[in-house]
Ligand binder design. Structure first.
Ligand SMILES: N[C@@H](CCC(=O)N[C@@H](CS)C(=O)NCC(=O)O)C(=O)O
Length: 211
């Protein structure tokens, strides 16, 4: 059994989507970050950086923070959704690191300045909206001649998709990125993604671009 400590955010949903795709038994524990529940000593013992998501695997005794590391751990544990070939393994690392180091942090800044603090810091808003749009362009190019970010559906798609699901918060019209839009809708249609999106609680439908 896996214990998942999570909230209704892109980083949290990455892990619940993978757990649903894998069909692994898990218990979701809501950590309401708006109420500061990530700051309690009990949670700190599992997640030393005070952030969700975190897991405890009672089969191995391993506990982990950092969504990218958790996705790799669960994919390796089950042998699914992560290619292991000499070349494809590094392509996986490349695009997972791109998500963890660029897509997540930069789009997160767009949320902070543009969605939640609009007008307070115009320079920062402009900077992170421009960087967000540039990153959408990188993914658009990557998806021009492929269905998924790697050759097959993988943890890289599961890591990236929840961030793109906040396209409205990021001032993005997905119709401007047709390859990304096609990829986004295909993944949004997966039942496991729909279940994982509603963990630890349902807070509305998956956002869909205007048709
Ligand atoms: N690099 C970390 C980032 C985790 C993260 O930023 N989590 C946010 C929610 S998406 C959080 O727990 N925020 C609470 C806080 O900053 O106090 C990961 O990918 O797991």
């Amino acid at each position: 059994m896996i214990d998942l400590y999570t909230w209704t955010t892109p980083n949290g949903r990455k892990v619940s989507i993978l757990l649903e795709e894998l069909g692994l038994a898990y218990r979701a524990h809501p950590i309401d970050i708006a109420k500061g529940e990530q700051l309690t000593p009990d949670f700190l013992a599992i997640s030393p950086n005070n952030k969700i998501p975190a897991i405890v695997d009672d089969e191995t005794g391993i506990h982990m923070m950092e969504s990218g590391a958790i996705l790799l751990y669960l994919a390796d544990k089950t042998g699914r959704f992560a290619p292991t070939g000499a070349k494809t393994r590094w392509e996986l690392m490349e695009w997972l690191m791109f998500q963890m180091a660029s897509v997540g942090p930069m789009l997160g800044q767009a949320h902070h300045f543009h969605k939640f603090n609009a007008g307070k810091a115009p320079y920062a808003e402009e900077r992170y909206l421009a960087e967000t749009r540039r990153l959408y362009g990188v993914l658009e190019t990557r998806l021009a001649d492929r269905e998924y970010i790697l050759d097959d559906y993988s943890i890289v798609d599961m890591a990236t998709w929840p961030w793109i699901s906040r396209f409205e918060w990021q001032g993005i019209d997905l119709n401007d990125f047709p390859n990304l839009r096609r990829w986004y809708l295909k993944i949004a249609g997966r039942p496991a993604v729909q279940r994982g999106y509603a963990v630890p609680k349902a807070v509305g439908e998956i956002p869909l671009p205007a048709s």
